[in-house]
Design a protein around this ligand. Structure first.
Ligand code: ATP
Ligand code: MG
Length: 229
């Protein structure tokens, strides 16, 4: 099966079992360049497993995943991690910042790991922090900032390499609704202005409202949901 025309990432017939548990049972997915897709569904339905497969972190038992015309499931681990480093960005629920580093060092880290000189990496990091309105926290450590501020720092770090695709798993799950909305607004604005596509896993309809399209996962199967508004 070929990927839908024009899609950046597409998956077909994904199956993944963990012992007796079927986490994915023929899941389908596609996203276009620059599109923001929300992945919704009840707890345990397979959302995170789907995201991990799409990002090449978990290998499905069967099915295909094409990124930019290349099959992910048959790539070597080295090829997949190179792809993750250069093309993908990640934001998770919490615990993703390195506590020993300052916020600006955290944001600059992916560039430093790619060999960018410190000064240049920190300059780029600060520019992203400004867009996420956390540049004033540059010299603080993650333990000294609020949950919402920390998530905005994490979003800056995910975007600093100019990824084409951002994976976000419950990025506002640990925040109150006001902070959560602000993070979503900044995340989607920043991603859209950088023309990065976003796979956004969330429980909350309010968060999904920031997407262009919604996909619902139930019992490891996924389907497109017609937007009601
Ligand atoms: N590493 C693992 N080992 C064993 N079982 C797993 C593993 N990861 C997921 N599962 C199981 O697979 C199913 C789908 O899990 P998944 O984490 O994808 O759900 P989810 O939709 O992200 O749930 P939540 O909304 O609670 O985060 C669940 O039954 C879960 O217990
Ligand atoms: Mg999950």
């Amino acid at each position: 099966m070929t990927a839908p025309p024009g899609s950046l990432l597409a998956a077909h017939g994904l199956r993944k079992t963990y012992g007796p548990t079927t986490a994915l049972d023929g899941a389908e997915f596609s996203i276009h360049p620059g599109e923001v897709v929300a992945v919704m569904g009840p707890s345990g339905s397979g959302k995170s497993t789907l995201l991990h497969c799409l990002a090449g972190i978990v290998t499905p038992d069967s099915g295909s995943i094409t990124y930019d015309g290349r099959e992910l499931t048959t790539m070597s681990d080295a090829e997949r991690s190179a792809l993750r480093r250069s093309e993908f960005g990640f934001v998770f629920q919490f615990g993703q910042l390195v506590p020993e580093l300052t916020c600006v060092e955290n944001v600059a880290l992916p560039l430093r790991l790619n060999g960018t000189a410190r000064k240049e990496a920190e300059r780029a990091a600060l520019a992203w922090m400004e867009r996420l309105e956390v540049d004033d926290l540059a010299r603080k450590r993650p333990g000294e900032v609020s949950g919402g501020q920390g998530q905005r720092v994490a979003v800056a770090r995910a975007l600093v390499t100019n990824p084409r695709l951002l994976f976000a798993d419950e990025p506002t799950g640990a925040l109150d609704s006001l902070n959560g909305e602000r993070v979503m607004e900044l995340l989607t604005d920043a991603a859209r202005s950088a023309n990065a596509a976003v796979v956004l896993v969330t429980h909350e309809a309010r968060v999904a409202a920031y997407s262009d399209r919604e996909i619902v996962v139930r019992d490891g199967k996924s389907r497109d949901m017609e937007r009601l508004v």
